[in-house]
Design a binder for this molecule. Structure first.
Ligand SMILES: *Cc1c(COP(=O)(O)O)cnc(C)c1O
Length: 354
């Protein structure tokens, strides 16, 4: 730390992203898609650099991208905000809408408490139920901003749309942010509710189901007034938050949605395979609506399992938080990758339980 850093940032605990190893490993730790971006998406990226050039600034309104998203989701362009990854939108929302405080599940995306601390907000972390579900009643009529990842991470569990509607309805004077990073793997989106609740903001990303984690593209859907507020913050920080290349990738990805739907289907198949095999190996596996699974072994310590696998070039995600320290989060790769994972895991379990 330099001696110049403002006092208010000195105790900030920054978010720690999952490892990005440079050597070849079986990488099942940061919930990316194992599949490359679609052929038309890649072509659009190449064309964008040629046709539009990188010497000019990108469109600060990201019009083409917003139109494509608006058509895809059946809303107006003015109901859509786009940004450099969805983390950026979360940051803006915590910055803009939480003066009365903010609440979110105790076990959830690690960035929520970081943003709350960054913006010096009062925040409440609400414990989950014993089966790792979120109890919607905890969020009824609380008069502060509500943030819920649905499906939740790292647990993978889903909340019913009717419960999200109840939460919106009972907190009319506060923003309800539903983070749908994993919704395309089989959960039900809250997007149809945005016409009914002007306090609802639904945040999604191209990072997981659309194979574009490296391109950094997130978007949000909400009432025109909320979107206008986000635009105000954006134009006060970085008007060019979605670059030319990424915007082109986004438009093309929406146009080849079939490609990504098929990949999601393959991932769900590989997930079901993995869950089955892990249960047979003595794992307690939390039901997942996502592209990862959250599991603990009946006897093997969570951290130990993570370390043993890492030594064998398989990287999964372990969290030190003591409530979930016995668990690991395993990203679903291709079926082939998951077969390799299960082979190695079978050996580890045999050795550790002998
Ligand atoms: C991955 C993830 C995000 C962030 O995605 P980016 O768009 O890559 O910034 C947001 N929320 C949750 C719950 C995630 O798991």
């Amino acid at each position: 730390m330099s001696r110049f850093l403002n006092d208010r940032y000195q105790s900030l605990d920054a978010y720690v992203p999952g490892e990005q190893p440079r050597v070849k490993v079986l990488k099942l730790n940061t919930n990316e898609s194992p599949y490359p971006a679609g052929p038309k998406t890649v072509e659009a990226v190449c064309n964008a650099t040629r046709a539009e050039g990188l010497n000019r600034y990108c469109d600060p309104d990201a019009k083409a991208l917003k139109e494509a998203l608006a058509n895809n989701y059946g809303v107006k362009s003015t109901n859509i905000f786009t940004s450099n990854g969805s983390d950026d939108i979360l940051n803006f929302a915590f910055m803009a809408f939480a003066d009365e405080g903010v609440m979110f599940p105790e076990i959830s995306y690690g960035f929520y408490p970081v943003f709350a601390e960054l913006h010096h907000l009062d925040f409440e972390r609400v414990p989950l139920c014993d089966d790792w579900t979120i109890d919607p009643d905890d969020y009824i009529a609380r008069n502060k901003m509500v943030v819920i990842a649905n499906p939740n991470a790292p647990t993978g569990r889903e909340m019913a749309q009717a419960d999200i509607a109840r939460i919106c309805e009972s907190n009319p004077n506060n923003l309800v942010l539903i983070d749908e990073a994993y919704v395309d793997f089989g959960a039900k989106s809250a997007i149809p509710l945005i016409g009914r609740y002007d306090n609802l903001l639904v945040v999604q990303t191209f990072s997981k189901s659309r194979s574009l984690a490296g391109a950094r593209l997130g978007f949000a859907l909400g009432s025109e007034a909320i979107i206008a507020d986000l635009e105000k913050i954006k134009f006060s920080t970085n008007p060019y938050n979605v670059n030319t290349i990424t915007a082109a990738a986004g438009v093309a990805a929406i146009a080849e949605q079939d490609y990504y739907d098929e990949k999601c289907r393959l991932i769900v198949e590989a997930r079901d395979y993995t869950v089955d095999k892990m249960k047979n190996l003595g794992f307690d596996v939390v039901p997942s609506s996502t592209n990862f699974i959250f599991a603990r072994h009946e006897t093997i310590d969570g951290k130990r399992l993570y370390e043993i696998l890492k030594a064998r070039n398989i990287v999964i995600r372990h969290f030190n938080d003591e409530k979930i320290a016995q668990y690991n989060r395993i990203t679903i790769g291709t079926l082939e990758e998951m077969e390799t994972f299960i082979e190695e895991l079978t050996r580890v379990v045999l050795e550790e339980t002998r």
